[in-house]
Design a protein around this ligand. Structure first.
Ligand code: HEC
Ligand code: HEC
Length: 619
């Protein structure tokens, strides 16, 4: 596993509670797409965070009617409550919003706003309500902030991670678990000091749900497990060999006692391979601590497989566990929830709206509210004595007709497109990016040479497609992806190729890590780096705006089937998608630049490598 380096920067960045201002109320009947991504119970209502409209909808928990909807003017990614305040993250404006509902007046008041590192995607609040943890995706940061009773927010520390974080969970008053957005890495942080307590991993990727099961004192993690050594054939998909969806259970005792917490040299000067800045990277031996749970989940861990042959369960996500030991989790890809009435019982399923993405319990835990991302609705589930059932569905407002791009997005995240619902495109190309793994999808028409899953962020512009450049049109690649990678049973005439292509064309490259972290190198260094990039000949193959070219080249990396020529990947956003090359053999960009045959003329000097790394981090 990657080195984990923590830069703890106490910052006296305080935002005083201002005079609360009411947010603008929205008319629910104007047709739009809300796209709710999160839902939370607060007082007598539940509140959804609607990403596209940047609005918050309040629904009365008793009579299940809508109380109101208010605009925050952003793109919301998550919402939480600390009992007193509602707290949300705005992904487009990089803000934390602290709000108080005044439902008797049908108002939502904005108390304060706070700047966050680029792309805040999730937040969690400590049990005493005093600490807010926020994960920022591309800037790979977890911000730990204090929130006092007057709504004043203060940044305590920023923790840099070697992976892009997403899901967060407080497991006690002051320990927060951070999960990788793409791979299977996890870290436990002391939320008061920002110190790393433990790093570990699950045998899987796409971690989208975490909860503590108090009965078993274990950490539940929902994720997927892709077997890179098998192929995407009918049989292997059918039997759940290729992609498994599981609920992993990691005993907290062993998790925290199996080895002493790694001690990291304090300070911000050690940087990981991802964090080369103006002063060049120094790799510290002391940081290679903390053995990961290699391919296993560790001592005492277990995995509950969700799905059996002919009943897949693509993209498992958010989890809740009630005090009466009921567990419910969303199966986002198959538009269902799975629930079990006690930890020792098997899971059953209920159909929800399209792509349930988040769920929360009512105040008395008798119900669960499920936010349906692609249906602008909440499914309300009631827990009876022996089973659970859908009580009703609450529409959040009038939906506008879907465009071709919208249909493409929904198709991309729909596991029903694959054979028996085992996985969606997102299961490999996480949120359009890559899960960082290898898969044998016969892109090269050959078995036994699995390829790195290519990030689709910006890739529509960077043809030809597939590692060997064999697909001259994006549509041809998508056609193959549907038939082979997905083993889709949709008839050939009805394959949703055009909508998928339309949506993929909207995806922009990920921001370079240095850009996301707002630490661009000195312009003179960048200028020198660009010169090196040209003079040593990188531009012979990585040229133009997308930093690629249409040809295929032999750069000395041959695959298991003797294929020698590959198409240069676009270098836009390259710093965000380790490991590198078609077989993932290079763990870091430095490894790419030091690889024997990659540089056409003579080996690069250390100085040239450092300059190029500076440049690649900004692309
Ligand atoms: C099992 C994992 C997996 C699934 C599921 C999957 N892909 Fe891929 N995808 C890959 C791999 C691996 C490659 C690289 C294949 C190669 O070049 O040989 C790839 C390549 C691509 C490319 C080419 C990108 C480029 O820049 O060259 C596109 C486009 C693509 N996939 C789209 C999709 C779409 C759309 C879906 C869903 C219909 C999908 N994929 C499902 C693994 C997957
Ligand atoms: C002769 C053509 C050629 C030249 C010159 C070249 N590259 Fe590449 N590059 C490629 C090809 C082809 C690949 C993909 C190889 C593979 O994965 O099998 C690649 C892969 C890469 C990757 C990995 C991308 C990924 O997503 O895995 C990086 C980074 C990269 N090149 C940077 C550079 C830099 C920097 C230079 C100049 C020092 C350079 N390349 C020179 C053809 C070239």
């Amino acid at each position: 596993m990657l080195l984990l380096v923590f830069a703890i920067a106490p910052v006296a960045d305080k935002v005083a509670a201002e005079e609360p201002s009411p947010l603008k109320s929205i008319d629910r009947t104007t047709p739009t797409l809300r796209t709710p991504l999160d839902v939370i119970s607060h007082g007598s209502a539940v509140f959804t965070a609607n990403s596209r409209t940047g609005s918050i909808t309040a629904i009365d928990q008793k009579n299940l009617t809508i109380i109101g909807e208010w605009s925050t003017g952003g793109t919301l990614s998550a919402i939480e409550s600390n009992g007193r305040f509602l707290i949300a993250t705005d992904e487009s404006a990089d803000r934390l919003l602290v709000m108080t509902p005044d439902l008797s007046q049908c108002k939502l008041l904005l108390n304060s706003q706070h700047r966050l590192p680029t792309n805040p995607v999730d937040l969690a609040i400590s049990s005493d309500g005093g600490i807010v943890a926020v994960s920022s995706l591309w800037s790979r940061t977890v911000s730990l902030l204090t929130l006092d009773s007057s709504g004043t927010v203060r940044l305590q520390s920023s923790v840099s991670l070697p992976f892009c974080p997403r899901r967060l969970l407080f497991i006690d008053c002051c320990t927060v678990i951070v999960a990788d957005s793409f791979g299977g890495n996890l870290a436990a942080l002391d939320a008061t000091s920002g110190r790393l307590l433990k790093q570990f991993s699950v045998h899987g990727h796409n971690i989208r749900g975490m909860a503590v099961n108090p009965r078993t004192n274990s950490l539940l993690v929902s994720c997927q497990t892709l077997d890179s050594s098998t192929f995407t054939t009918y049989e292997r998909v059918f039997w759940g060999v290729l992609m498994q969806n599981g609920l992993h259970s990691l005993p907290l005792d062993t998790l925290f006692s199996s080895s002493p917490p790694p001690s990291f040299a304090k300070g911000v000067h050690e940087r990981s391979e991802f964090q080369q800045g103006g002063n060049y990277a120094v790799k510290s031996e002391a940081l290679a601590a903390a053995p990961a749970y290699a391919r296993q989940d560790g001592p005492g861990a277990s995995r509950y497989p969700l799905g059996t042959p002919s009943i897949g369960s693509g993209d498992p996500g958010a989890i809740v566990v009630t005090s009466a030991d009921i567990t419910a989790l969303v199966l986002s890809g198959t538009s269902q929830i799975a629930f079990r009435m006690a930890s020792h019982l098997p899971f059953e399923r209920i159909t929800t709206g399209r792509r349930p993405e988040a769920l929360c319990l009512s105040a008395d835990q008798s119900r669960a509210f499920i936010a349906n991302r692609f249906e602008d609705s909440l499914t309300v589930i009631t827990f009876g004595k022996e089973t659970a059932a859908v009580e009703t569905t609450v529409d959040l407002g009038t939906m506008r007709p879907l465009t071709e791009e919208d249909i493409g997005e929904q198709t991309f995240f729909n596991a029903q497109v694959s054979l028996d619902g085992w996985y969606s495109c997102h299961s490999c190309h996480t949120d359009g990016h890559t899960n960082g793994m290898l898969a044998d999808t016969f892109g090269d028409e050959d078995r036994g040479a699995p390829k790195k899953v290519i990030s689709l962020l910006g890739s529509a512009d960077a043809g030809p497609w597939a590692w060997n450049g064999a697909r001259k049109h994006l549509e041809d690649q998508i056609h193959t992806s549907l038939l082979i990678s997905m083993q889709s049973q949709i008839s050939t005439e009805q394959l949703p190729v055009q909508p998928l292509a339309a949506w993929l064309r909207t995806l922009q490259p990920a921001p370079g890590i240095a850009t996301a972290e707002n630490r661009l190198p000195d312009p003179r260094i960048l200028q020198q780096a660009r010169q090196v990039f040209e003079t040593v000949g990188c531009t012979n193959c990585h040229a133009g705006r997308t930093l690629t070219s249409a040809d295929i080249y032999d750069v000395g990396i041959h695959d298991e089937q003797g294929e020698t020529h590959f198409n240069p990947p676009s270098l836009s956003g390259v710093s965000q998608r380790a490991p590198y090359f078609h077989d993932g053999r290079a763990a870091t960009l430095e490894d790419v630049l030091r690889s024997a045959h990659h540089n056409p003329n003579e080996p690069l000097t250390d100085h040239q490598i450092q300059l190029l790394l500076n440049l690649l981090d900004t692309l």
